[in-house]
Design a protein around this ligand. Structure first.
Ligand code: GLU
Length: 344
């Protein structure tokens, strides 16, 4: 990654800094659109949005913040949370591990030799196993439960983009192969097509960049959506969700991300990256040009700049204080309604 843009003062207004980053990286046109799901090639490579939602409900954003796109792999963390809620940690751990892999997200599976578990819930094998744990008597009930869960995180009703769902269903032979292999080892039951449909539907959920930031802010706020006051997931599951995000959320860049940016995050092949600054804010970037690992090129630049400037790396202890919290406390929200400042 290149040297981050540095603004003179760490307390520079967050909105101004987001605008600066947006201006700086809009011309960066490196990377490729994901094409293995044909519908994703219809994205505009110029789309670029950055959103921050704080745990006290302030919103800062810039760019194509209302542009809808499909959530793709970012759905995996929320479905993992629901599986934890449905079954508890011990049972979920029997079906899917928490070990990072150096393999691509869609790798044709390395099931653990003894347990036969996929390594973690962020690779496709683990995510399909996780989706198979979602409870409900019929496929429609299970889909509705997922949609209800997502809408609690987002704060409004959500929909599946049917063309993207059908596009992935028609071409998702690799995921089908992964599911059959797991069936062979008894890790999922025989309703493979139902599970794969639900997995493709969760990936085809339509969101905006602000939606992603709100979802991240909900995780940052112990499961309570800061814009609606609704509890989206029981707070006892937040630690597990954030832990797998931190170690496994950024494809083959997860270690590098943890080193450089230092907060739990998840990205998806449609170009979203969502990250959680615990107890402070959710941040999202959307820009569909991807690097070779499948991460948004502009997104990575923005997050590295934000982390360096505001010092929100979880292990950045050098300043003895968090510049991000101070920056937020000093900033004025663009949605204007006065809200309490973040406690020091
Ligand atoms: N639906 C995509 C797949 O399974 C999600 C991939 C991603 O965003 O990483 O291939």
């Amino acid at each position: 990654m290149e040297e981050p843009a540095r603004l003179g003062h760490a307390m520079t207004d967050i909105q101004t800094f987001l605008n600066t980053l947006h201006d700086r990286y809009q011309p960066l046109d490196k990377g490729q659109l994901a094409s293995y799901i044909p519908e994703l090639t219809k994205a505009d490579p110029n789309w670029f949005a950055i959103s921050v939602v704080t745990v006290d409900g302030r919103v800062f954003q810039v760019g194509n913040v209302d542009q809808k796109f499909t959530i793709q792999s970012i759905s995996k963390i929320f479905v993992y949370g629901m599986a934890l809620a449905d079954h508890g940690r011990d049972r979920v751990l029997k079906k899917v591990g928490v070990e990072p892999t150096g393999d691509p997200f869609n790798s044709l599976i390395r099931l653990d030799e003894d347990s036969k578990r996929p390594d973690n819930p962020m690779i496709n094998a683990g995510a399909i196993a996780t989706t198979s744990l979602i409870q409900g008597p019929t496929p429609t009930d299970r889909l509705n439960r997922l949609l209800d869960m997502f809408s609690r995180y987002i704060g409004h009703q959500v929909y599946v983009d049917v063309p993207t769902f059908l596009s992935e269903r028609a071409t998702g032979h690799r995921n089908r192969a992964i599911a059959h292999l797991m069936l062979n080892f008894g890790m999922i039951d025989e309703h493979i097509e139902d599970v794969l449909d639900l997995y493709c539907q969760q990936c085809a959920l339509l969101v905006t960049c602000q939606d992603l930031a709100t979802m991240a802010a909900t995780l940052a706020n112990r499961g309570l959506n800061p814009l609606t006051g609704e509890q989206a997931v029981d707070s006892e599951h937040i630690r597990d969700i954030l832990s797998v995000m931190y170690t496994c959320g950024m494809y083959n860049f997860a270690g590098e991300w943890a080193f450089r940016v230092g907060i739990p995050a998840k990205s998806g092949v449609s170009g979203g990256i969502l990250a959680v600054v615990p107890n402070q804010a959710g941040i999202a970037v959307f820009s569909p040009l991807l690097d070779k690992n499948g991460n948004s090129v502009r997104g990575l630049r923005v997050f590295e700049n934000l982390s360096q400037t505001y010092g929100f790396h979880l292990f950045d202890l050098s300043m003895g204080r968090c510049r991000f919290r101070e920056g937020l406390a000093g900033a004025i929200a663009d949605d204007a309604s006065p809200r309490p400042a973040i406690a020091p």
